[in-house]
Design a protein around this ligand. Structure first.
Ligand code: NAD
Ligand code: WQD
Length: 376
């Protein structure tokens, strides 16, 4: 392992309490002595992408964003710059265009060493995907096909892919691990995640030089502690936390809790809510893992390992932020699984990654972000 890689690994795997001190010492050494390695982040202006860009910067990489702003705003890059002091390089393009992607990738390889690509760019609204399945197939699968082709042509071989726990449907056993069967998809969105995983695995088995991490996220929530970046749901939020924070802020009707007659302790559904900065750091660890474990193609669950019910989330939000959540119980939402949470042992073991934040801290940061949005 080179000195440069060794320093990156120390930064990534160091214990939280040692990280700040180590960063202060080691990052200036990296900046002085060597070129930062580039990580290309498709969808880097989006919710999880923007937090990952910050985490990459903090770990000594040079993130380069590719985004078409179909579900984000260019101002997100200013938010990133407020945190890191650097406005990331941007290629404003649609990932469905292989030629545009190839140009961007070739420009990056001409500029420095590319450690890999993190592919976030996709449409993600489950409900919308049932209305517009063609758009979802075209964008989510089409972009991944174009990206794989552009990577192959430009000689970039490490890929981190945004997958989802939705690939498991309602698993027989929880916590669910990566060996659980992939069940028939409930929605066109879910199908695109399964199809892209399959596509990447097939490309890996072919003669194409490729290594990949398929990251199966559970429920990312919260925002960067600075509240300079966070989730920007455009229109009516479908996910629990953005709806809840907007309802508390008085921007929406009271939250409807979708069903309280499920076979769980308090009757509401159980999920694994993970702080978005913990999720972001897992991407940095995945890039580092690919750099030392190629060729490989592995799936990793990214969750806290703890399930919380909707009622527990509401109670935790009220206690942490000292503010009441307006809500009422309503009917079940079609397609909801009853309970799912992660067995993330494989990610702990292989990637050397662990969560640093708990549910209360994630809900504190989600509310801080909502308050900041109101002032903006
Ligand atoms: P997001 O919508 O905030 O970010 C996606 C970004 O990709 C946006 O900035 C959008 O403008 C961009 N984009 C979309 N299509 C593009 C294209 N063709 N070309 C260029 N840019 C394009 O979503 P997110 O919550 O950050 O999710 C990121 C990824 O993680 C997605 O693949 C999503 O399916 C996956 N995921 C998200 C969740 C979640 O709960 N947020 C859970 C599991 C998996
Ligand atoms: C969480 C819980 C709802 C809103 C979705 C996608 C999945 C993945 C993550 C991308 C559930 C309840 C919600 C509301 C509520 N995304 N709820 N009232 O359902 O786990 O998964 O996001 O891959 O594919 O399906 O997340 O945030 O929508 O819901 O009671 O207004 O909150 O019923 O129990 P979910 P969610």
């Amino acid at each position: 392992m080179s000195v440069c890689k060794g320093i990156y690994h120390v930064l990534i795997y160091a214990k939280t309490e040692h990280k700040v001190a180590l960063r202060m010492v080691l990052i200036p050494i990296l900046n002085l002595n060597m070129e930062k390695r580039i990580v290309i982040v498709t969808g880097g202006a989006g919710y999880i992408g923007s937090h990952t860009v910050v985490a990459l910067h903090e770990s000594g990489y040079r993130p380069v964003i590719i985004d078409d702003f179909s579900n984000s705003k260019p101002e997100v890059l200013d938010g990133i710059a407020k945190i890191t002091g650097v406005k990331p390089q941007l290629f404003s393009l649609d990932c469905r265009s292989k030629n545009d992607l190839l140009e961007a990738l070739q420009s990056c390889t001409a500029d420095g060493e590319v450690a890999g690509v993190i592919h976030f760019a996709a449409y993600k609204a489950v409900g919308e995907s049932t209305e517009k399945p063609l758009d979802y197939f075209e964008n989510n699968i089409g972009s991944t096909v174009s990206l794989l082709a552009a990577m192959s042509e430009s000689g970039v071989s490490n890929l981190v892919f945004s997958s989802s726990c939705t690939v498991y449907g309602q698993p027989d056993q929880i916590p669910v691990d990566e060996s659980a069967p992939i069940l028939p998809a409930e929605s066109p969105y879910g199908y695109t995640k399964q199809a892209c995983e399959r596509l990447i695995m097939d490309a890996f088995k072919s003669s194409m030089p490729l290594s990949a991490c398929l990251l199966r996220y559970f429920n990312p929530i919260g925002a960067h502690q600075s509240a300079n970046i966070g989730e920007l749901p455009i229109g009516h939020p479908n996910n629990l936390i953005p709806y809840l924070t907007q309802a508390v802020a008085g921007l929406r009707n009271p939250l409807t809790v979708f069903g309280n007659d499920y076979p769980t302790e308090d009757g509401t559904c159980i999920r694994d809510y993970i702080h978005v900065m913990d999720l972001a750091r897992a991407h940095v660890a995945s890039i580092a893992w690919l750099e030392s474990n190629s060729p490989s193609c592995e799936a990793f669950n990214l969750g806290t390992g703890t399930g919380k019910s909707v009622s527990e989330v509401i109670a935790a939000f009220e206690k942490t932020n000292g503010i009441e959540v307006p809500y009422a119980f309503g009917p079940r939402r079609s397609g909801d699984v009853v309970a799912i949470f992660a067995n993330a042992e494989k990610a702990h073991r292989e990637l050397g990654w662990n969560c640093e934040f708990n549910l209360e801290e994630a809900l504190r940061d989600a509310w801080k972000w909502q308050l900041q949005l109101a002032q903006a």
